[in-house]
Design a protein around this ligand. Sequence first.
Ligand code: NIG
Ligand code: FE
Length: 414
Amino acid sequence: MMADSNLIIRNVKVVTPKGDSARRGSTMSELSVTEDASIVITDGVITYVGPSDDIRIEADVDYNILDGEGNVALPGFVDSHTHLIFGGFRPDEFEWRLKGDSYMSIMERGGGIQSTVNATRGESLEALVEKARWFIDRMVDMGVTTVEAKSGYGLDTESEMKMLDAIDTLARDEETPLSVVATFLGAHAVPKEYKGRTSEYIDLMIREMLPAAKGKAKFCDIFTEKNVFEIEDSRRFLTAARDAGFKLKLHADEIVTLGGAELAAEMDAVSADHLLHVSDEGVRRMAEKGTVATLLPLTAFALKEPFAPARKFIDAGAAVALATDLNPGSCFSGSIPLTIALACIYMNMSIEETITALTINGAAALDMAGETGSLEIGKRGDVVILEFDNFRMLPYYVGMNCVRNTVSRGRLVK
Ligand code: NIG
Ligand code: FE
């Protein structure tokens, strides 16, 4: 983890959601705006944010100075769902899908996730880390200051731990320009060695992988899907993961309506993700429980599937987060600008809701809303400065990167 820094950002318009928890329903559109503002970051933590006239700095601290030239300052973006670590690429499958093949039929033929598993098993830890750094540099360029990264392309104990160790290497390295959070996704698919023996693979995960992942990953995730891990399998695995002390996430109702959202609420998962085919009952239960709905519009776009019903979630009083789902298969993109554009244009989210979904609610999806996701005293000094003095430029300038500076824990990383 990189060294924290002291920085004064002056001459910005601060635009931020507020609070230490997910913003739900109509409160997602509440952003606080402060003109002629400054932000003081001391030892990586925000110690002042507000009008420049009232600025308070710590005596005896040497601050770097950044002039925002009147532009908008937002909280750093939180990409709370990525598959950042993987071997190989799958452009051939992308072409097959463009010609009409389906994601699940490719997977059932032994391609899809299993093809990346074969490539990842053959990669060294160092090579996985180096590859991830290339993507991380691009994320920082688009204003991401916190990223979640999943395992899930090893599917045996050794390779899953290699992936978690790669994530851990990035998380601890001072040179990594953002914060990294690890999720164990051994339940991404049933590996070919266990074909037809799903229950035995779940036994293996519970017996070997969960204890080995303890201390390396904060979350456990599962691909709850027809013909992958059905509801009963998922409940059994998630119960064991919860008992072992992990916080829970689910890939839920992505391809068919299966009841993944309902299961996420039942299991007190922190988030359920994808949700393209969520039932109305699933929306209602997640809203009731406060399970964050992490929506991934780039995946729907790349799979040519209908977008997740963001409005239903928000209107039901749920908390919506947005993330990229960067992965080599269903969604080979980590584009924050395109995520913003799709959310506003196709999911009918307002730009205020979209900003909340990419900041405080993304942080809440990682159970970190007390640490980052808003520009408030006591939060980490994670800040994005735009090229413009108007945050409404973000979706209007479709798919283009409007980020001028990225600040991570008080350090200027772009
Ligand atoms: O989030 N759906 C499952 N997992 C990923 C895709 C993984 C892959 O195709 O490699 C997703 O879409
Ligand atoms: Fe995913």
